[in-house]
Design a protein around this ligand. Structure first.
Ligand code: DCP
Ligand code: MG
Length: 374
């Protein structure tokens, strides 16, 4: 097939992702931790602590991101638990980005430790994306004493999968001639946008790999999987024309939970808000965002939906503040004799300077002034 026939845009894309990012930074800054099972996240004592990440030594025990820290301790009782030092990770992230900028300004960060780079035209005229990826990995090693994994390909989708292939300290190149073969052997759960539910649905229909998906006509894929069907049709043929977007803006970040039974007491609801606040906090961290406006969403048992918002004088991202404000909003929503089916929290109004303060904004300033950590 030719580029023109399929209207494919071939770019030179690198996806870079740091290895066990938070944990590697901790091991770098404290050599005694090297070679040991490290868990960075909330403490395993008490409720609600979750694993942000674990060193590769800790992953051997089955410890994974987003797992309750308590469970991590059970899996590996001699693991060392550390609180995250977000300011340090952010600084490292900034330095990585400076390295990227030596080669291109077309950088789309996905989180503190991950970014797409478009090096179709690189600033130094190197020309080879694979060579640039090697140089970036080396610079990160030499200058920051950390390792990164890189995937190199002609589009974002394949580059991202490639960066995961040889982790840690990996480098993988998948060129145009090998893309179709690569996509054919790929398990369906690795496809962009395929969540667990869709993956299970596909498997029930006998679709396990890209090759299985490729058997189906576009119309059939759309019939079975809705709008995403058309995207699967393209992606299974290695076609992904999405551009690297250096200024992609996220407008809000949130999480919500629907409960298996209706909640009736404020204690139950507060406990759920604590959990949701932690997830929101993780998402904000991952995208390096802080928000000034906290919105609580409540769905009642009769499907009535209300939202309540509060804006703060500073942008925040810590779980405690997010939970505290959400609980106040909940308490103010009139809780007598209600049954609650869903609660959700969203943060928006990211990192904007406060120009004006409305009266009634910012209740309990002193509480929010103290920077709290996970
Ligand atoms: N992170 C988090 N909560 C999650 C997932 C990740 O706080 N649920 C944080 C900690 C990670 C960082 O984001 O160090 C980067 O996430 P990655 O998914 O890239 O994971 P790692 O870099 O830790 O490991 P890997 O080597 O698999 O990339
Ligand atoms: Mg990573």
């Amino acid at each position: 097939m030719t580029q023109q026939e399929h209207n494919i845009v071939y770019r030179k894309i690198i996806h870079i992702d740091m290895d066990a990012f938070y944990a590697s930074v901790e091991q770098r800054d404290n050599p005694e931790l090297k070679g040991k099972p490290i868990v960075v996240g909330g403490p395993p004592q008490g409720r609600g602590g979750v694993v942000a990440t674990a060193s590769y030594e800790a992953r051997k025990y089955g410890i994974r991101s987003a797992m309750p820290s308590k469970k991590a301790l059970e899996l590996c009782p001699h693991a060392i638990f550390l609180y995250p030092r977000f300011a340090v990770y952010k600084e490292v992230s900034q330095k990585i980005r400076e390295i990227f900028h030596r080669y291109t300004d077309l950088i789309e960060p996905l989180s503190l430790d991950e970014a797409y780079l478009d090096v179709t035209k690189d600033k130094q005229g190197i020309g080879s994306a694979l060579e640039i990826a090697k140089q970036i990995k080396q610079a990160i090693k030499d200058e920051l004493q950390l390792t990164a994994s890189a995937g190199v390909s002609v589009n974002k989708f394949v580059a991202k999968i490639a960066s995961d292939l040889n982790k840690p300290d990996g480098l993988a190149f998948i060129g145009p001639s090998s893309i179709e073969r690569f996509m054919e052997q790929l398990p369906v759960e690795k496809f962009f946008g395929v969540g667990k539910v869709t993956a299970d649905k596909m498997k029930r229909q006998g679709l396990f790999t890209g090759a299985d998906l490729k058997q189906l006509e576009e119309a059939e894929l759309t019939r079975r999987f809705g709008k995403s069907g058309a995207f699967y049709y393209q992606i299974v043929r290695g076609i992904d024309n999405r551009a690297v977007q250096p200024h992609r803006e996220t407008k809000s970040a949130g999480a919500e939970d629907t409960f298996p039974y209706d909640l009736t007491t404020q204690e139950e609801m507060d406990a759920e808000l604590d959990k949701i606040a932690l997830i929101v906090h993780e998402r904000l961290k991952k995208h390096q965002l802080k928000g000034r406006t906290i919105t609580l969403k409540i769905k009642y048992h009769d499907f009535r939906l209300i939202t309540r918002s509060q804006s703060l004088p500073h942008a925040v991202d810590d779980a405690e503040t997010i939970a505290a404000v959400s609980k106040e909003l909940l308490a103010g929503s009139g809780l007598e004799q209600v049954k609650v089916r869903l609660l959700g929290i969203t943060l928006s109004n990211f990192n904007e300077p406060v120009l004006k303060q409305k009266p009634g904004d910012a209740t309990q300033l002193s509480l929010f002034d103290q920077g709290t950590q996970l």
